[in-house]
Design a protein around this ligand. Sequence first.
Ligand code: GDG
Length: 483
Amino acid sequence: MKKLHIVSNRLPFSISYQNDEPSLEPSVGGLATGMNSVYKDFNGKWIGWPGIASDTKTKQELQSVETLLAKEGCESVHLTECEVEEFYEGFCNNTIWPLFHYFAQYVDFHSEFWEAYVAVNQKFADKVLEVVEDDDYVWVHDYQLMLVPEMIKSQRPNITIGYFLHIPFPSYEVFRILPWRKELLKGLLGADLIGFHTYDYERHFLSSVRRLFGYEITFNEIHIDDRIILADAFPMGIDFDKFADAARQIHQTPLKERSEVHKELEKYFLMDPDRKLVLSIDRLDYSKGIPNRLRAFGKFLENHPEYHGKVTLILLSVPSRNNVIHYQRLKSEVEELVGSINGLYGNINYTPVWYFYRSMPFNNLVELYSMSDVALITPVRDGMNLVAKEYVASRINQTGVMVLSEMAGVVKEMGEAIVINPNDEDETERAILQALEMTPEEQASRMLTMQKRLKRYDVFKWAKDFVGALQRVNRIQKDFLAK
Ligand code: GDG
């Protein structure tokens, strides 16, 4: 059987040390969950960076990490501190990330960053070429590794390559700003199948290919000499049952055994059963629209004094990329807004915004999902947004309302949410009111429809569909060459 290998910037483990002894902690993210279900079935390897700068460890230390990872089917690509800085923090997070999320004013155009991006992508490709056999399948993930497909294909055309972009692909007018736009596209076109979360991203990509290279494109097939490359939309799902089961477990836990978070939330409702919780969870990232969300919530309190003391916003902001200046500024802006809302509308018994700058364990996360009446998800751009799907999966009694930005990829699968333009704070404010006042019958009818859809197309189905399409494109290509 042909093997299928995964390539991503980070391996699905983080490494921790106790008395200088390394140990592995499995990642719990959506990608790890989905990919674990495929790469082990296909007897493949997972190739990626273990998350430690190689020049901060001795050769022996790196060797022991490699050995641990090898037992899990992982192959390490080592990056130095300088590479992490210029490739990851530089080109990935200061060039591609802002540009692809339409923050053109934040983009850095440094050729040293670009050179580091090329060199690190080459390191990943070299590792793939070392590990993978001819005729195997390789699935490359995300914006950190856009050059890897072509770097592999040019050396070993018999390897079938899939690529999936987890962030938006911007419209051509934005993409063209980048000095290295042709190089990035050429890198992607080394793949046989290129996947996106939505049809819109796919369309933007195809339009950039057409305008920059003039290749012949029929529907979603790109023809370059005797190669066929397929672009398609595969909206990423979640492990639906994991969230629903955890929520069920929480509901069944006796009062005494509940977590501190759970007990505190119960106290909040005990003080007044009419109280409501609104939830907001994301990495502290400018693409997530946290300041507009806070301003809209502030306006809501300003215009609806009847809700003072009755509604609290839980703002869980997970620290992210905090050595990038725009993230530091965003943190200050968010904290200033939280302070001003709490100062204006709070009193001894009431804090309108509960702000947490940290990440929480999985169980607490599901407690927040299952105890919040409204999820307020207002990114200004988001490839998909898995938090929205996780909230829906955790609502086992079919209550709860989602206010959702039209700029998130997930909106295509969630027409039953209250959809808003995140730049329209008045509309968002009205949506908060509508969500808080929605009847339980309407909540249930909307929630149930979304749940059925998300359960059907979960992360396992997503991974299976992508791999199925990769196998098909391989056959189409072979038939085409045989004609
Ligand atoms: C990128 C794209 C796309 C969050 N806080 C905690 C926690 N989380 C978990 C959530 C969720 C994940 O992190 C966040 O996923 P998102 O999809 O919302 O956002 P990004 O991190 O920006 O992901 C995005 C995604 O890739 C997949 O393709 O949807 O558009 O930007 O799973 O549960 N988990 C725990 N504690 C927390 O405090 N345990």
